[in-house]
Design a protein around this ligand. Structure first.
Ligand code: GTP
Ligand code: MG
Length: 240
């Protein structure tokens, strides 16, 4: 892979304090001590995110050397913003504290791995999942079982040890594995989802069209995967 897109901005303590002041928090949670604890925890999430993306780069390099094939087209990684973290805790009616983040949010550190073919999605994720120093906490396979709206991707939550002076801290990282076609589709669907000013009839029409597009893209992917397998001497797959 030549590109890793970093989608997160560096955490800034004064921004954070300004944002927290706008919230009317009962009992004065998020005092200076809590802010420091929060910034420390975000650094742990960042470390976990780098560890996983380094593992993925190493796998991609190995494939390139051994098979002259890049399974990973590119990666994107991001830390959830303070606003999104607070918004999600509020939405779920969870307490606003660092412990609550650690106990309830598994997507503070996130990596999106965009692969060339569907076979690559499964080989890269299987090799990563079998590494002995990390744990698989949860798998959601929306490729085998697409969502109603047509969304497809493989989501895996890993726990990875981040070593601090106090020892190993197992930290969750959400990895979304998908193909270029799945990513292309998900970007447009995401844009539509936040387009709330469209009339309902239009939204429904677009959602239906997107569902058709998801099916078409899936067929195209199977055909292209087969050509790719044929070129590389691997067995063919049937329609998914
Ligand atoms: P939440 O994180 O609270 O949504 O629950 P979850 O972690 O159980 O959700 P899930 O694993 O199903 O999805 C997590 C992420 O996948 C979302 O934050 C999105 O980035 C992506 N995602 C899931 N469903 C869709 C979808 O229908 N469309 C698009 N564009 N992205 C989706
Ligand atoms: Mg999530």
């Amino acid at each position: 892979i030549d590109v890793i897109l970093d989608r997160h901005s560096r955490l800034n303590t004064s921004d954070l304090q300004a944002r927290l002041k706008t919230l009317d928090l009962p009992g004065g949670i998020f005092n200076t001590e809590q802010v420091t604890e929060f910034v420390d925890q975000m650094q742990v999430y960042e470390g976990a995110m780098y560890e996983i993306s380094t593992k993925l780069e190493i796998l991609d390099d190995e494939f390139q050397v051994r098979f002259s094939h890049d399974p990973i087209h590119h990666m994107e990684r991001r830390l959830k913003s303070v606003n999104s973290i607070i918004g999600k805790l509020e939405r779920k009616g969870l307490p606003l504290s660092v412990n609550s983040i650690k106990d309830n949010l598994f997507d503070v550190a996130g990596i999106r791995v965009i692969c060339n073919y569907r076979d690559d999605v499964y080989s890269v994720s299987n090799y990563l999942s079998s590494q002995s120093d990390i744990q698989v906490l949860r798998v959601k396979d929306y490729i085998k079982n697409p969502k109603q709206n047509g969304y497809r991707s493989l989501h895996v939550i890993y726990a990875v040890p981040v070593f601090l002076s106090s020892g190993a801290h197992y930290t969750p990282v959400e990895v979304q594995f998908r193909t270029i076609a799945m990513d292309y589709w998900a970007s447009l669907e995401h844009a539509l989802r936040y387009k709330t000013d469209l009339p309902d009839a239009k939204l429904n029409e677009h959602s239906q069209t997107l569902l058709d597009c998801a099916r078409s893209l899936q067929n195209i992917e199977v055909q292209m995967q087969n050509i790719h397998r044929d070129i590389n001497g691997a067995p063919q797959v049937g329609e998914a």
